[in-house]
Design a protein around this ligand. Sequence first.
Ligand SMILES: Nc1ncnc2c1ncn2[C@@H]1O[C@H](COP(=O)(O)OP(=O)(O)OP(=O)(O)O)[C@@H](O)[C@H]1O
Ligand code: SF4
Ligand SMILES: [Mg+2]
Length: 344
Amino acid sequence: MEKPEEKSITVSRTILEVEDLKKHFTQRRGLLSAFREDESVIPAVDGVSFYIRENETMGLVGESGCGKTTVGRAILRLTPLTSGRVIFDGNDITDLPADKFLDVRKQMQMIFQDLDAALNPKMRIRAILKEATTVFGRPSDAEVDRRIDELSEQVNLKPAKLTSYPHELSGGEKRRVGIARALAVGARFLVADEPTSALDVSIQAQIVNLLRGLQRELSLSYLFISHDLRIVELMSHKVAVMYLGRIVEMGLSGRIVNNPRHPYTKILWSSLVEKQTMEASPAFLTRTDWGVFDFERPAAGCRFAPRCPIYIERGKPDICTNPDSEPELVDVGDTHKVACHFPL
Ligand SMILES: Nc1ncnc2c1ncn2[C@@H]1O[C@H](COP(=O)(O)OP(=O)(O)OP(=O)(O)O)[C@@H](O)[C@H]1O
Ligand code: SF4
Ligand SMILES: [Mg+2]
């Protein structure tokens, strides 16, 4: 499949800007949870910044639990921010009052990761789409019907499926409904959260093609979330790699895939390649000696140090675990940024 054209996006204006976004969850433990000491903080998103241009897709990749969905939910204000700023179409929407935010919300929608939870099992597909098209206004029945027909056509959902319940649909069809629902009120920016997960490879390709076709047709911008770097590469103009709540590498898709500079990105990519080809990867890149991925015990300094092969190879340099020198994203050329003291 042809990859997205990088050149065509360079002149577009910025639709979304995220500045130093933080979302910390507080978790209470045990019977004495009324006491503050028994609270633990999960820094699910811990200082994330990026921007997305019109007609552009940014892929957000990283293993389960690294904070991808929380980034998407925080941008759409489905969860309150701990701190940071979100700027949509030039306007700071971080503290916009709820009534004013409604108008923005129409333009930013989410394709939810867990569609079994997001699609009401007791509603037929037509009713689900009707609900989505009428949530921000009161269009006439004829307008709603016309819009539902248009949406089903746009996402290639057979009209006969409109009378089905969610459980009667295949995984791919459910994804199409999720996409139609997100498009129902005319969104310009979509957070697509793992839209290809749990689908066969051929259906994954159909969904990727559909999203890319809709992007061209409707001038959409996407934050495309996936743990699968291979799909992210097919979909995205640029890619951000997340590890334990932070972006550790970011840049144009081709560079992140072909010339990863952060050890984590390299491992992420090589473990996928390894899975695909069943060939053994170099011993220092195998996933087996990675250790525990745990928010409750973040390392001092670089969060990746407990699993980093370069840290071991270089004789455990102090700078990697120094609490005062957590690596920041540094430009290594051509807008490629890496947060590592010893980039590859
Ligand atoms: N409502 C919540 N309360 C407490 N902790 C939460 C909450 N939502 C998410 N978390 C925690 O925040 C961290 C990031 O979760 P998130 O769902 O954003 O990860 P993810 O990268 O989307 O993972 P996956 O690939 O499995 O979907 C995880 O440790 C998760 O347990
Ligand atoms: S800063 Fe050190 S521990 Fe962190 S990724 Fe780079 S080499 Fe590894
Ligand atoms: Mg998720």
